[in-house]
Ligand binder design. Sequence first.
Ligand code: BGC
Length: 415
Amino acid sequence: MITTGRAPAPDDAGTASTPELRFPAGFWWGAATAAHQVEGNNTTSDWWTREHRRDSDLPEPSDDAVDSYHRYPEDVALVADAGLGMYRFSVEWARIEPEQGSFSRAQLDHYRRMVDACRTRGVEPMVTLHHCTNPLWFARRGGWREDDAPDLFARYVERVLPVLDDVTWVCTINEPNMLASLRDWEAVEMLASRRPEPDVHVAEVLVRAHRGAREVLASSGGLLTGWTIGTQDFQPLPGAEDVARDYGYYREDFFTESAAGDDFIGVQNYSRTVIGPDGPLPLPPGVETNILGWEYHPAALGNALRHSWELGRGTPLIVTESGLATRDDERRIDHTAAALEGVRAALDDGVDVRGYLYWSLLDNYEWGSYDPTFGLVAWDRETFERRPKPSLRWLGDVARTGVVPSRPRARGSAA
Ligand code: BGC
């Protein structure tokens, strides 16, 4: 959480246009996805089971998703053709180890082909080893509550090593802070303002799993390894600094502190939460939100980066997720341009930010629903045909030139 104690500010600098921003050569530009959200038919995972329970709490199942399991060459081509340099995707533990101790060589080969597809197209792969879903067998035996969970994860990571041959960037666990907070991954909409009490034991097990995985990965040499943390910009009202500090500690800060000294920390931010004397405050009426009801507040990204930089004690950062669930693609571009202002300002202040990956490349399965569209690319629900949005071209131009052009600061309605 932000400890400056300053009052929550409006999301823009009050000027009519955003400034033109120049980014350094070598800064990574890209887009991200996660296996369960785009591949389809992840049938051996805990999420699939939850989606298909007769009394499922989720509005709709993922089913074929975007069929990226088969169409990943098209996805990689979209990234490459747009001019983006990096593609973050995840490999699915539930496919690679569908039953405890049974590893699928065919699935490992599949993911190896994805890395090859990136390399062939000149795209830098960033591979996430765990993104929200667990193999069903792992969840059934207690998941991350069990003390031996880190050993089981390490054994899986060892099997993935051949996939990572010639990969540089590897994320061990995505948003461990969410895994520790959301018992059965309650509806993601909850993230808007409140997060359930985190389970400290699970948090500690996850840190051990992360460290164990980094050790396994170190045996391969040449990898940059870290984890990616959901970093809400917690903004205390004056006088609520201690409340915000306590509220944020096991929800986020513990995980960022634990990552100090890693090769990088992935920072993922979508919005802010204002904290009053009794905890998170509801949004005031009339505030612009995304489709999920999260406040439109692109300035949160810069705050999240500064906070992570402080807690990570100088560990390099990379924005591994940032984006807007909206039907209005122009508003997506506004949001990205404004979020990048915060990134540029953080760089100016000496924060070592290595890149910016937009979430998400594709409209995808948002943990219960296809309605919240975060993508740079839409797709046809019948044919899976990919339909790039103007924002893909816009971000690609930024990547190619290193320049974010000035834009009028529009007022809008993202939802
Ligand atoms: C997760 C993604 C998710 C995104 C938007 C992050 O919490 O890593 O899987 O789709 O936020 O909700």
